[in-house]
Write a protein that binds this ligand. Sequence first.
Ligand code: NAD
Ligand code: ZN
Length: 250
Amino acid sequence: MSNDALKNAARILGQARLAIAFTGAGISVESGIPPFRGPGGIWSRYDPEKFEKNYFRQHPEEVWPLLRKIFFDELARAEPNPAHQALALLEDMGRLAAVITQNIDGLHQAAGSRTVYEYHGSTRRMQCMDCRMFFDSASISLETLPPPCPNCGGLLKPDFVFFSEAIPFDVHTEATRLAKKADVCLVVGTCGEVMPAGRIPRVAANAGATVIEINVQETGYTRGTTDIFLQGKAGTMLPMLVEEVVGRHA
Ligand code: NAD
Ligand code: ZN
């Protein structure tokens, strides 16, 4: 990655009319959350079939201990890293309209980002599969599993998208609308293979946006969709990029 690429990206981001960020598991790796695929990834350690909605409904006493271990014990301890913080700062400066994330860890909000579209839901909420009420995960005790719904005693499910479950319609609609309006799309730490979320950068590019990508390695976007590729860790590259934007506006 050349210094020119960074400066060029900062200039374009600094002049953006409407910039959005599209993030994936890679932005949370430096917070200690492994990506789902590849060595050490969650799907190399657990059977994805267990996180299929109907399987969960039929075997909650088998699946809940796994959910607690992976998504509450491990993820709940993670804290935002400088990449999440850089995006929050960019929004504060009025230079970023929204973060569209595939992550379910809530770390963008924990870093201070206010406009966050969670494509795959969040571990921070639970929904009752019987009465449909929502609860803050922090208010639900996980000492006895499955935890009963405080309202009706029914089955609580973490409010992230399970396999065979639909993407939240309003999030998809709003994220697509923003992608069509954006003139800059920052793509951070995602291989972009999970659909339909992975289409967001292409929707933005097709509508004329400049795509700036940060990743430790090339992805399916890099050669076709990306205009400026900044190779490196999100926790290093994003703060450098944002610092450069701040410098231009100081
Ligand atoms: P992925 O695991 O398929 O790909 C991760 C990408 O991040 C890769 O392209 C990799 O090269 C890159 N990467 C790894 N370390 C990086 C770093 N330090 N800096 C920058 N880039 C780095 O992730 P995905 O594309 O987001 O798709 C996986 C799916 O799993 C998503 O749908 C998401 O919902 C879910 N997921 C969420 C979390 C989370 O909430 N933190 C974690 C894992 C997976
Ligand atoms: Zn209920």
